[in-house]
Design a protein around this ligand. Structure first.
Ligand SMILES: *[C@@H]1O[C@H](CO)[C@@H](O)[C@H](O)[C@H]1NC(C)=O
Ligand SMILES: *[C@@H]1O[C@H](CO)[C@@H](O)[C@H](O)[C@H]1NC(C)=O
Length: 489
């Protein structure tokens, strides 16, 4: 008899848990009166995202459900907000209610949790306060030597390959490969103090490969079971060890630097991090976490933006010509390419801005709601997760007429002034916006200018007619980019 009672109790408990975990969330938005696409049990809306791409679904959902809608990532409800006034409230005016980023994958790895992107509350405030001066223009100028050097090597190599006889001053280049190698090199040098070439088979090369290639599986896992993902690092082979390798690499570099005479130290980002501590200090663990964060946040997104930029410039010869004319008049040679010149080229800035509108590196911004608050009549409760569909907003015809077209003129001073400043969010907004913005823009611009000083980009047989993309942790090109280069002078 008691066995039957026990069995019924267990079955009852399982049904109850299943109901609260998997059935109740399906009615979450109905009870809040928030429009939403139909969700599937267990998966929520993630099957759609896997199938069409989450970035494409942003556009559809805004069209079908408006500026406030809900989706379920597995069983976790997310409120998506694409109204510019509400975005301003969330990112800036009522920032105190939205201090922390929402993590789809609850991370348990220190080198990530202590990084400025993911750190929460007081820890985040302290780190941001210490790092902010480091990323000021005057300080950053020191760290730019690394980028200048890496980009110069790239251009020298390209010029060299052009001048070899068999290619008659033109050459098809695998730009995916070229930018991957170059940006990884400059990021590792700047953030990790690693100046030697790394190989795919070496410890560090393997670790980086593992981390960037396991992103997809981590996200999939996160979407099905937030519970399991607490242990995701341990479930996906090699990831945990890979982060340890990064951590060890930075810590070794820090110890080596501390032994050096400060005046002889290389002027790179790692050095700025070490010098950033006067009144307040970052622990060694925290410095290591920032370096890892710069690698994860900076390497892939900068590389991808350069690929997108090169693709768009190549396929729009009239825009390329205008860019070349501007470069020739402001900075015809290597020596004239100072930080100030680079940051002042107006057309270059418009071109890069438009590249980032079409292909924002981070297609969504997320926040946890820290206290009950009502924004434009929408009640948000402590514990809710919200997201801003950056990709969808950037391709919304209400803000950007003819949104699929590459039109740098959208960013002329006049057009920019006419637009709500919260429709353009490649680096986020407010106190939690991207701290590496200047560094990223400088890197992208230097690589483009140095190349265009020397040669033109031309479409060749291997150039794809349309560049397929996927939304991983950052928006990435799926197809490889081949472009022909032709010597200018
Ligand atoms: C181009 O480079 C990418 C990235 O390194 C590589 O995966 C791909 O195989 C290369 N394509 C060719 C045809 O060499
Ligand atoms: C960048 O490197 C070039 C060539 O090595 C040099 O002439 C130029 O002054 C450097 N620019 C900056 C801003 O360091």
């Amino acid at each position: 008899m008691w066995q039957i009672v026990l069995l019924s109790a267990i079955v009852g408990l399982i049904i109850y848990m299943f109901y609260t975990h998997y059935i109740l969330p399906l009615y979450h938005f109905k009870s809040k009166d928030i429009p939403h696409p139909k969700a599937k049990i267990v998966f929520g809306n993630v099957l759609d995202d896997w199938y069409h791409g989450s970035h494409v679904n942003q556009i559809r959902n805004i069209q079908n459900f408006g500026r406030v809608y809900g989706t379920l990532i597995g069983t976790v409800p997310i409120i998506w907000i694409s109204d510019p006034d509400m975005i301003k409230e969330i990112t800036t005016k009522k920032f105190h209610c939205f201090v922390n980023r929402h993590q789809d994958i609850p991370l348990t790895i220190d080198v990530l949790c202590y990084g400025i992107v993911i750190a929460r509350d007081e820890r985040w405030k302290r780190i941001r306060r210490i790092l902010s001066p480091t990323f000021s223009t005057s300080k950053l100028k020191q760290a730019l030597v690394v980028i200048n050097d890496t980009s110069q090597q790239v251009v020298d190599n390209l010029i060299h390959s052009l001048s070899s006889e068999e290619c008659h001053q033109t050459q098809a280049i695998n730009y995916t490969k070229m930018y991957t190698t170059a940006i990884l090199k400059s990021t590792l040098a700047n953030s990790f103090g690693v100046y030697s070439d790394i190989t795919r088979d070496g410890k560090l090369g393997k670790a980086i490969h593992t981390i960037f290639h396991n992103q997809g599986s981590a996200v999939m896992l996160a979407s099905i079971s937030p519970f399991l993902t607490k242990y995701f690092a341990k479930l996906i082979p090699g990831t945990f060890e890979a982060f340890n390798v990064l951590d060890d690499t930075v810590k070794q570099a820090i110890r080596a630097r501390r032994k050096e005479n400060p005046s002889n130290r290389r002027k790179d980002l790692l050095n700025l991090l070490l010098e950033s501590q006067d009144s307040e200090t970052l622990s060694e663990k925290e410095i290591s976490a920032q370096a890892t964060t710069f690698l994860l946040g900076g390497y892939e997104s900068t590389r991808n933006t350069l690929i997108f930029a090169t693709y768009l410039i190549t396929t729009h010869p009239e825009i390329q010509q205008k860019l070349i004319d501007e470069i020739d008049s402001y900075s015809p040679d290597q020596e004239s390419l100072t930080y100030d010149v680079i940051s002042k080229l107006p057309y270059l800035d418009m071109v890069v801005s438009e590249v980032l509108r079409l292909y924002p590196s981070f297609p969504e911004i997320s926040r946890d709601v820290e206290q009950d608050v009502t924004i434009a009549g929408v009640k948000l409760c402590k514990g809710d997760a919200i997201k801003i569909p950056v990709y969808g907003i950037h391709r919304d015809s209400e803000f950007w007429p003819n949104p699929e077209k590459f039109l740098p003129e959208r960013f002329s001073a006049e057009s920019t002034q006419k637009r709500h400043n919260c429709c353009y969010l490649p680096f986020g907004l407010g106190p939690r916006s991207c701290i590496g913005l200047r560094l990223a823009l400088f890197t992208i611009k230097v690589f483009l200018v140095k190349q265009l000083q020397q040669f033109e980009f031309k479409v060749c047989e291997q150039t794809v007619t349309s560049l397929e993309i996927e939304a991983k942790a950052s928006l990435s090109p799926l197809s490889d980019l081949f472009v022909q280069i032709v010597k200018r002078k």
